[in-house]
Ligand binder design. Structure first.
Ligand code: CU
Length: 305
């Protein structure tokens, strides 16, 4: 029995060892989209995502690892010291007030310690910067270095069945953004990731605070607007205007997906955000406002690579 168990464990660890090179080889981290075999989160390009990554890699990882270690040690002690052979006559007591208080109070304290930075980051996500406010979550993780200007561009994303509509609110122009098939990607946007590439990307300027208003078609269903590299995830609810923000520090293509089960094409309404330089954005938005034609405006931008 024990011999068989050990043999199985041996086979298991051999399989785990065999997988290690595969995992080590998959260190490539997708820029703005997930890479095959990727384990960690997508690369951060906003202060909010910096805080989320710091929270995950710091307090959360330590808490999880210590709890796993504690439970493992307890299990081993029980298996060794209290098995039928080592401990043939079990104790018969059923209560111990001290230990019951400890195992109630300690988890509560652990949760409180996790909740403080977590709520700080959450409140930062939901409060659009005014250029003055100090950010609790960001301050915890950056030691007060984060300096975010007030929002200077407002974009409204509306979840439709099943695609996104984006409106540059102050400019009064809007467009639909639909998923591209693999054949369309090969033809129109070679190199862009499948199931994520879209025909019309949301174009925003770099190093600019963008106020993101999120809603859904009044006659539609609930969606959710999520872009992992920006640390954004917020519900798109018919009849309700939710608000969040981002300030991307690097140009590039960033993808996200609808993150609320919304119907048959839930998996096929990706979010594509293209971050460009201030000058490129100026040219784009001027062309878009004048022509009211997205394709003509997008033609002013260099092709995606
Ligand atoms: Cu959806």
């Amino acid at each position: 029995m024990t011999g068989q168990f050990l043999k199985n464990m041996g086979a298991f660890s051999a399989a785990a060892m065999a997988l290690m090179p595969a995992l080590a080889g998959a260190q490539e981290i997708g820029r703005g989209h997930p890479a095959p075999g990727q384990i960690h989160m997508q690369e951060s390009v906003t202060p909010i995502m910096d805080s989320i990554v710091a929270f995950h890699d710091g307090p959360l990882m330590w808490t999880i690892s210590l709890i796993v270690l504690l439970v493992l040690v307890l299990l081993i002690v029980i298996m060794v010291r209290f098995n039928a052979k080592a401990n043939p006559v079990p104790a018969r007591f059923t209560h111990n007030t001290a230990i019951e208080i400890i195992w109630t109070v300690v988890p509560i304290l652990v949760l409180v310690v996790i909740a403080i930075p977590s709520f700080g980051v959450l409140s930062d996500q939901l409060t659009v910067p005014d250029g003055e406010r100090k950010y609790l979550g960001a301050n915890i993780f950056s030691f007060g270095d984060v300096d975010v200007p007030a929002a200077s561009l407002t974009v409204k994303a509306s979840g439709e069945q099943w695609y996104w509509n984006y409106e540059y609110v102050d400019q009064g122009v809007a467009f639909d953004s639909n998923i591209l098939s693999e054949a369309e990607i090969a033809e129109l946007k070679p190199g862009q990731p499948r199931l994520l590439a879209v025909n019309n990307e949301l174009v925003v300027p770099v190093n600019t605070t963008v106020r993101m208003q999120v809603t859904a078609s009044p006659s539609g269903v609930i969606h959710a607007f999520a872009v992992p590299s920006f640390g954004i995830k917020i519900d798109a609810v018919p009849g309700r205007l939710n608000e969040t923000w981002f300030n991307a520090r690097e140009e590039g293509m960033y993808y996200g997906q609808c993150s609320e089960l919304c119907g048959k094409d839930h998996a096929f309404m990706p979010i594509g955000v293209r971050v460009v330089s201030a000058e490129q954005f100026e040219t784009f938005i001027t062309a878009f406002t004048e022509s009211r034609d997205y394709a003509a405006a997008a033609a002013t931008l260099p092709p995606l690579q």
